[in-house]
Ligand binder design. Structure first.
Ligand code: SF4
Length: 126
């Protein structure tokens, strides 16, 4: 972790009191998630143990999969729905690989999530 992020983590924990979609949000340090340091440190920790999604918050691990208010899954992407995040990874034109291939782990996680009976993730627009 970045030094400033580690210090804040020790002092105040990694969650804020602010909620988004009903869930507490992660702290932000210098404009970046507290767990960001050359990528996601939670993903790096999971990868070292053979499962890169193990420690990531569910919404992060599922990204860019999301559920609409009816509970139907979709892939967030440029020019689809109300997507306003201009990331290259959300632009289908940036890769010839199909989402069904590149998001294999995320799709499997979504299936496990559904099978667990935990219901829909809180949708932003509910
Ligand atoms: S994937 Fe989630 S936990 Fe990891 S750095 Fe990004 S926002 Fe933070």
């Amino acid at each position: 972790m970045r030094d400033e992020a580690r210090q804040l983590l020790r002092r105040a924990g990694f969650l804020t009191r602010r909620r988004k979609s009903g869930l507490f949000t992660l702290r932000v340090v210098s404009g970046w998630c507290i767990f960001f340091h050359r990528g996601c440190v939670l993903e790096q920790a999971g990868r070292m143990e053979g499962d890169r999604l193990r420690y990531k918050p569910t919404e992060c691990a599922l990204f860019p999969l999301e559920q609409n208010p009816r509970g139907e899954w979709f892939v967030r992407q440029k020019n689809y729905g109300r997507e306003d995040w201009d990331l290259f990874c959300l632009d289908p034109a940036s890769s010839a690989r199909k989402a069904s291939e590149s998001l294999r782990e995320e799709l499997a996680l979504a299936e496990r999530w559904e099978a667990s009976g935990m219901g829909s993730l809180p949708a932003e627009d509910l």
